[in-house]
Write a protein that binds this ligand. Structure first.
Ligand code: SAM
Length: 250
């Protein structure tokens, strides 16, 4: 395969087949293309993402979003069994929107604290006629303390929001005991690992798997860190807005 390709959806579909063992249906292909068009259009008015060049978009937004949950890549039964998933700090809708398009068996909730981003995601959900996606406008610290959301999700995903210990405090209170939190990272160091182990332990979870991989076109290194929730999260977490960032659990 010519790794200089990947500028178009059909070329990307070939790469997805090779690397994720999955090809989009015609409808999914149309939805993914439409998502790209909607983002490029909306980006003229609001600052949604700096990644708008097609090749970069397919790799860094779409492929990367799907790689974290592509079930055949990991031997985590929780991924196949999952029904509800929350994406915390979705921004323009990543990784939640591609996951919703490609995995219709997930009911996806996209949470962000910025109104204009949630407005964009709502309009994308409507235009893509995605029946398995919904949004919440709010802060993870507050939503994680509210009964309708606390310990209600099978999976949580979080990408490019904060350090790993902060991400663990945002995600773990929202997932059920037995569920998984997936933290999408670029590099991953021994020190980060130690800090996250400590935070996860306080929050009732353990590191289940660290998956290191490279992206298919630019060969950039990525990690997905999978946390398994084994105990209920103590009620004092998440702490009030801003505290996890100011005083991370590490
Ligand atoms: N996850 C997307 C991605 O990977 O492209 C967007 C990442 S963007 C850099 C971080 C997003 O997290 C922003 O849209 C911001 O509003 C949101 N965010 C940051 N802290 C948050 C919090 N405590 N609760 C909810 N959303 C938060």
């Amino acid at each position: 395969m010519d790794r200089e390709s990947g500028g178009t959806l059909p070329e990307m579909a070939e790469i997805w087949q090779e690397t994720l063992n999955w090809q989009p249906t015609i409808e999914q292909g149309n939805q993914l293309q439409k998502l790209y068009d909607l983002i490029v259009l909306a980006n003229r008015q609001i600052n949604l993402t700096r990644i708008t060049e097609p090749k970069e978009f397919w790799e860094k937004h779409l492929w990367d979003s799907l790689r974290g949950v592509a079930p055949q890549q990991h031997f985590l039964p929780e991924l196949n069994a999952a029904g509800s998933i929350i994406d915390i700090g979705s921004g323009a809708g990543f990784p939640g929107l591609p996951i919703g398009i490609v995995f219709p068996h997930y009911q996806v909730t996209l949470l962000d604290s910025t109104r204009k981003k949630v407005n964009f995601i709502n309009s994308a959900i409507e235009k893509l006629t995605l029946s398995n996606a919904t949004t919440i406008l709010g802060r993870a610290e507050e939503i994680g303390q509210q009964t309708p959301y606390r310990e209600k999700y099978d999976l949580a995903v979080i990408r490019a929001v904060a350090s790993a210990p902060v991400c663990s405090e945002y995600t773990l209170p929202l997932i059920k005991k037995g569920g998984l939190a997936i933290i999408y990272r670029g590099t991953w160091t021994q020190e980060e690992n130690q800090n996250l182990e400590h935070a996860a332990n306080i929050l009732g979870a353990r590191i289940e798997l660290i998956d290191r991989f490279t992206t298919p076109l630019t060969k950039s290194v990525r990690h997905c860190v999978y946390l398994k929730k084994v105990l209920h999260t103590p009620i004092s977490f998440p702490r009030p807005v801003g505290v996890p960032i100011q005083n991370p659990l590490c």
